[in-house]
Design a protein around this ligand. Structure first.
Ligand code: LLP
Length: 422
C-alpha cells in the first residue's frame, strides 16, 4: 500500500495529479515526489519520539544522501527534522534549504580539512568520528579556530544486518566505524584532547534492513559501552542509532516505522538509559516510497531469447538496479489494451548493465509512459551525467499543486566549466 501514489481505473496518480499529465507537461525521464508521502513517513517516526508525558526522547535526522533536493530538505526542516550529512556540499544544501547547522550531525570516514573547517565554523551539532587520525585532525583544526569540536564516535558493533553486502556497514571487515574492541581506548584518547568535547556515541549497521533483531543486537553492544564509559568518568549524552530501516519495494515486509522506532526506544529505556537523547538517521524509509521515476517507452525490440523494452531513463538516472541488482516495481501510468509480454526494461546507455527491470510482464506500446516505483531514495541523488545525459527533472506534487523542484539539466549546463587546450 503506497501513500501518495494510487491507481484508479488503470491510471496512476501522484496525489490528485495524473502521472501521464506530468509526463506530458514536463517530459521524461522525470522524478515525481509526493509531499503527503514524505510527511506521512516523517510522522510515523515522530509519533514514537515522545514519551507518554509529552517529553521528547528521540529526534529524526534525515540522512540526506538518500535525497538532497532543496524542496525536500525544506519540507523536512519545517517538520522539525535535523539532518545527517556526509560532505561539505550536503551542509551547503541544508543551509540553502533553510536548515540549521546546529541540527546536523556530520558522518563519513573521510572528512577533509576543508569540510571540517566549514562544519566547525557553521557550528554543526556533532561530528560522527570514525578513527583516531580523524579525531586528531578535528582537534587540531578546532584548536586553530579556538573552538571545541562536539564529537561522537561511530562504533562498528560487528553485527550482521543480513542485507546486500554493498549496503551492509556494521561488520568487522567494513571500512566503517571504530572496531568494537578499540572503542573505549579511542574515547580515552578523545577525552584527553583539549579541543574535543565528547557528546555522544553512534552506530549504523547497514541499509534496507527488514528485521528489528540486528538493531537490538547493535543497541545492546553500544549500551554496554555507554555504561563502561560512565564508569571511567566519560559521560555520553546522546545515542545515534543510525538509519537502515528497509522499505517495501514489492514483496518486502519491513516492520512498521512507528513500531520499529518504539521498540528500539522502549528497549533503551527498559535498560535504564532514560537520560539519553536518541537520534535516528533514516534515509530510505523517509523518502523511498515517496518518489517514482517516469520514463517513456522508446522502442520494443524483440530478441532471440528476450524482448527488450527500451526506455528513455537509464542507469545514470537510477543506478540501483545495475549497482545492487535492486528490484523496483514498474507499471504503465495508463493501461493500454495490448497483449502482455515479458520484457527486460533497459535504458539507452552503452553498457550491458544498463537495465531497470528484468523479466517484467507489461502490456505496453512505444510512446507509453512507465513509472518506476519506490525511486525516492538513492534515485536522483545517485544519478550522473554518464553518456553526457542531462539529469532528470524533479517534480513535487502537493495535493493538486505541481511544483518543478529541479529543472531538467541542459546541454549547456553539462559543458559548463570545460575548456579545450586554447
Ligand atoms: N546513517 C549513515 C551513517 C549512513 O551511512 C546511511 C546510509 C544512513 C544513515 C541512512 O540509511 P538508510 O536509512 O537510508 O538505510 N545507495 C544504497 C544505500 C546506501 C546507504 C548508505 N548509508 C541503496 O541505494 O540501496
Amino acid at each position: 500500500q503506497l501513500i501518495g501514489f494510487t491507481e484508479q481505473h488503470g491510471q496512476w496518480f501522484a496525489e490528485n495529479v495524473s502521472l501521464q499529465a506530468i509526463a506530458n507537461e514536463f517530459g521524461t525521464p522525470c522524478y515525481v515526489y509526493s509531499k503527503k508521502a514524505l510527511t506521512h513517513a516523517f510522522s510515523a517516526y515522530d509519533k514514537a519520539c515522545y514519551r507518554k508525558d509529552g517529553t521528547r526522547r528521540a529526534r529524526v535526522h534525515f540522512a540526506m544522501k538518500a535525497n538532497s533536493n532543496l524542496a525536500i530538505l525544506n519540507i523536512f526542516s519545517k517538520l522539525g527534522t535535523g539532518f545527517d550529512l556526509v560532505s561539505g556540499g550536503e551542509l551547503t544544501r541544508v543551509l540553502a534549504a533553510g536548515g540549521k547547522a546546529s541540527d546536523c550531525v556530520f558522518s563519513g570516514v573521510g572528512k577533509s580539512r576543508a569540510e571540517i573547517t566549514l562544519a566547525l565554523k557553521a557550528g554543526v551539532k556533532c561530528f560522527n568520528v570514525e578513527s583516531i587520525p580523524e579525531l586528531e585532525r578535528i582537534n587540531e583544526i578546532a584548536g586553530s579556530l579556538q573552538l571545541k569540536a562536539p564529537i561522537s564516535l561511530r562504533v562498528n558493533p560487528d553485527v550482521d544486518a543480513k542485507t546486500h553486502p554493498y549496503i551492509s556497514t556494521g561488520l568487522k571487515d567494513n571500512k566503517f566505524g571504530i572496531s568494537f574492541g578499540d572503542v573505549i581506548h579511542t574515547y580515552q584518547v578523545a577525552h584527553q584532547m583539549p579541543n574535543i568535547q565528547i557528546l555522544g556515541i553512534d552506530c549504523h549497521i547497514g541499509s534496507q534492513i527488514l528485521d528489528i533483531s540486528p538493531f537490538l543486537d547493535a543497541l545492546d553492544r553500544v549500551l554496554s559501552l555507554i555504561s563502561e564509559l560512565e564508569s571511567l568518568g566519560i559521560t555520553i549524552h546522546h545515542l545515534d542509532i543510525g538509519g537502515g530501516l528497509g522499505i517495501d519495494y514489492g514483496g518486502d515486509t519491513p516492520p512498521d516505522i512507528t513500531y520499529f522506532a518504539n521498540t528500539l526506544l522502549d528497549h533503551i529505556e527498559s535498560k535504564g538509559f532514560q537520560q539519553l537523547e536518541v537520534i535516528f538517521e533514516p534515509g530510505r524509509s523517509l523518502v523511498g516510497n515517496a518518489g517514482v521515476l517516469l520514463t517513456l517507452v522508446e522502442y520494443l525490440k524483440p530478441g532471440e531469447t528476450k524482448n527488450f523494452c527500451i526506455v528513455d531513463a537509464a542507469m545514470n538516472d537510477l543506478m540501483r538496479p545495475s549497482m545492487y541488482e535492486a528490484y523496483h516495481a514498474i507499471v504503465p501510468v495508463q493501461s493500454t489494451h495490448v497483449e502482455p509480454t515479458l520484457y527486460d526494461v533497459v535504458g539507452p546507455v552503452c553498457e550491458t548493465g544498463d537495465w531497470l527491470g528484468r523479466d517484467r510482464t507489461l502490456a505496453i506500446q512505444p510512446g507509453d509512459v512507465l513509472a518506476i516505483l519506490s525511486a525516492g531514495a538513492y534515485g536522483f541523488s545517485m544519478s550522473s551525467n554518464y553518456n553526457t545525459r542531462p539529469r532528470a527533472a524533479e517534480i513535487l506534487v502537493d495535493g493538486s499543486l505541481v511544483h518543478v523542484v529541479r529543472e531538467r539539466e541542459t546541454f549547456e549546463q553539462l559543458l559548463q566549466g570545460e575548456k579545450t587546450l586554447s
